[in-house]
Design a binder for this molecule. Structure first.
Ligand SMILES: [Zn+2]
Length: 409
């Protein structure tokens, strides 16, 4: 049993409770969490290990949305416009995928671990990341992705998806959870969506989809018009969108553990449908900025749960979620600093757990998994500046526990 004491413990529970001079008692799961004074009274014989001046213990971060298979991109892809970027992805896909060796993906996963992430939602387009994701010490919710809209290809695509999902299922374990991703409403045929979601319901698998990322997507889905029109005509000989945004969203009825990534172009009606579905929105601010998409309006989201992700290195320079929090902190200027810092840290922990359907993770509470990180701030801090200071000044993570094991040893 571990007794770790720190100056601050962020529980990241629904009340965002913060304990000053706290102790967390844990083995694989959390046994107790309270002030040092109370723990010493309750366990008089215990050996408490203090984590040093200005120490912080908080849940390990949950990067709810990334694509490891695009980890080889650094300077190859074109930014600044979604459609231009998409063309550059199509043009360079083979070369990038080939460069994304297991070694390269393992290296990214190890970096995630040392940067304080304990869980990821990994979108897998090809299954080339399966070995890296099933071998890592991180918790992985592994989303086998389905896409394609050509009617004559549908049966083959569905068969291919089934095989990939089946293979992922063979690796199912305490820290590897097979899940299903629908690429997007513009790229995936309604038949494939229906079939994939039927499997998700049968398996009670987490589900995720990209939704309303760019103006091009909005114009195409609503008016079969805009920057995508040429793309669909030339590439797929398709003149009309296969579904409206509402039709797409309604196909997710009765789907649990559901999340939609981006949603920056979603209107009030679509947001209220997302809320009705009980889904989470996953925010990827760096990716949105690099592709010149809108900024997610956090004030517009009503009470839809919020998670945060880095997206892939195809549209980011890092998979480090603390870096993403820093960007988000400077982007969303309409909030007070501490209010925003709290909101973002909650979205990177508790929000991520909700998005990925991980009931035992995301907050430090009795009986939850002991997925936690330990680091020290450079100087003392008042409680009202604590979360802002974490976002600005957290540097090295000293310990990363996953189910009670320090994986940085
Ligand atoms: Zn993505």
């Amino acid at each position: 049993m571990n007794f770790l004491a720190s100056d601050w413990i962020l529980t990241c529970d629904e009340n965002f409770a913060i304990i000053k001079d706290g102790v967390i008692v844990f083995d694989e799961t959390i046994i107790d969490i309270n002030t040092k004074e109370n723990i010493e009274k309750k366990y008089p014989e215990c050996e408490i290990v203090y984590q040093g001046e200005n120490s912080v213990i908080m849940p390990g971060l949950i990067n709810a949305h990334l694509h490891l298979e695009f980890s080889a991109n650094k300077t190859t892809l074109s930014y600044g416009n979604f459609v231009k970027w998409l063309f550059s992805v199509i043009q360079n896909r083979e070369e990038l995928i080939e460069k994304a060796t297991k070694e390269l993906m393992d290296n990214e996963l190890n970096k995630l671990l040392s940067n304080g992430t304990t869980t990821i939602g990994a979108i897998s387009s090809y299954g080339f990341d399966l070995n890296s994701c099933s071998e890592t010490k991180l918790n992985v919710v592994y989303f086998t992705e389905i896409l394609g809209s050509k009617p004559e290809m549908i049966d083959t695509l569905l068969q291919d998806f089934r095989e990939k999902f089946l293979l992922a299922k063979k690796h199912k374990s305490a820290n590897f959870i097979p899940a299903i991703a629908i690429h997007s409403p513009y790229s995936t045929h309604p038949f494939l969506i229906r079939e994939a979601l039927r499997i998700a319901r049968e398996e009670n698998a987490p589900v995720s989809a990209h939704f309303m990322e760019s103006p091009a997507e909005n114009d195409w889905l609503n008016y079969s018009n805009g920057e995508f029109a040429m793309f669909f005509k030339d590439m797929l000989n398709q003149q009309k969108s296969l579904q409206t945004p509402s039709e797409f969203l309604m196909s997710f009825k009765n789907t649990n553990k559901l999340s939609f990534t981006h949603c920056v172009e979603a209107n009030k009606d679509e947001l209220s449908k997302i809320k009705e579905l009980g889904a989470t929105i996953i925010h990827c601010p760096n990716s949105n900025r690099l592709l010149n998409n809108k900024t997610l309006n956090l004030e517009y989201m009503d009470s839809i749960p919020l998670a945060i992700g880095t997206d892939g290195l195809s549209s980011n320079y890092t998979l480090d979620l603390f870096e993403e929090l820093k960007s988000a902190f400077f982007i969303h200027k309409q909030f007070q600093t501490e209010e925003l810092a709290n909101k973002l840290i909650l979205s990177a922990t508790n929000g991520g757990a909700i998005a990925l359907g991980l009931e035992n993770k995301g907050s430090l509470k009795i009986a939850k998994d002991s997925d936690l990180i330990v680091f020290n701030l450079p100087d003392s801090v008042e409680i009202e500046n604590l979360t802002t200071s974490i976002i600005l000044h957290k540097t090295k993570v000293n310990k990363t526990f996953i189910r009670g094991n320090n994986e940085l040893n």
